[in-house]
Design a protein around this ligand. Structure first.
Ligand SMILES: [Zn+2]
Length: 175
C-alpha cells in the first residue's frame, strides 16, 4: 500500500509533513503524514473533538503508525469506547502504549464494565464491611463525587457515613 502526502488522520492535503510516532526509528514506517492542523493540535495537546471525528476512520488503518497515533489520540479524548474496539498486533499495541502517560493507561470500570471517572456517582451493589470503621456500607448506598485511587484500578474512594473509604470497583455500579 503506497502512502501519499495527504493527512493520514483527516485527509487534508494542506501543509502535510511526515511526523515521527515516538518512540520511532525515524523511518517512514514509524511515522505518519499529518496536516498542519492535526499536527499543531497534537503538539499543543489540545484536541478539537469535532475535528478528530476523523479518528473514527483512521483507527481502522492498516498502517501501524496511523493506528498507533489514532489510539493515543482516542485516549486523550477519553474515547475508551472506541479504544476498546481497536485490534492491534501485540508489537503495535506495545508501541501504542509506550506513548501514553501512566495515568492514561489506567482504566477504572464498575461491575458491568462501565468506565468510572472522578466525580461520578456510584451505587454499592453488596453490603460491605468497612475495615476499621465498625459500620457496613449497605447495598444500594449512593456514593457521590468519587475519586480514583492512584495507580489502583480496583478501587475508588468516596464518602460513606461521612467517612472517606476505599471501595472495590467490582462492588459498584455507575448510576
Ligand atoms: Zn489532518
Amino acid at each position: 500500500m503506497s502512502r501519499s502526502s495527504v493527512c493520514e488522520l483527516c485527509g487534508s492535503s494542506e501543509a502535510v509533513s511526515l511526523t515521527e510516532v515516538s518512540p520511532s526509528d525515524a523511518s517512514e514506517e514509524q511515522s505518519i503524514y499529518l496536516c498542519a492542523n492535526c499536527k499543531g493540535q497534537i503538539e499543543c495537546g489540545e484536541l478539537d473533538e469535532t475535528h478528530f471525528n476523523c479518528l473514527n476512520d483512521s483507527m481502522w488503518s492498516e498502517i501501524p503508525a496511523v493506528a498507533v497515533m489514532s489510539y493515543r489520540l482516542l485516549h486523550m479524548l477519553g474515547r475508551q469506547d472506541l479504544v476498546d474496539m481497536m485490534y492491534m498486533e501485540e508489537t503495535t499495541k506495545s508501541w501504542a502504549d509506550a506513548g501514553l502517560s501512566s495515568e492514561e493507561k489506567l482504566v477504572y470500570k464498575d461491575a458491568n464494565g462501565v468506565i468510572l471517572q472522578a466525580g461520578d456517582t456510584v451505587v454499592i451493589t453488596k453490603d460491605l464491611d468497612v475495615k476499621g470503621t465498625g459500620f457496613t456500607a449497605k447495598r444500594g448506598t449512593a456514593v457521590r463525587n468519587i475519586g480514583l485511587v492512584h495507580n489502583d484500578v480496583e478501587h475508588i474512594e468516596g464518602r460513606v457515613n461521612g467517612v472517606k473509604i476505599h471501595i472495590l470497583t467490582k462492588f459498584l455500579k455507575k448510576s
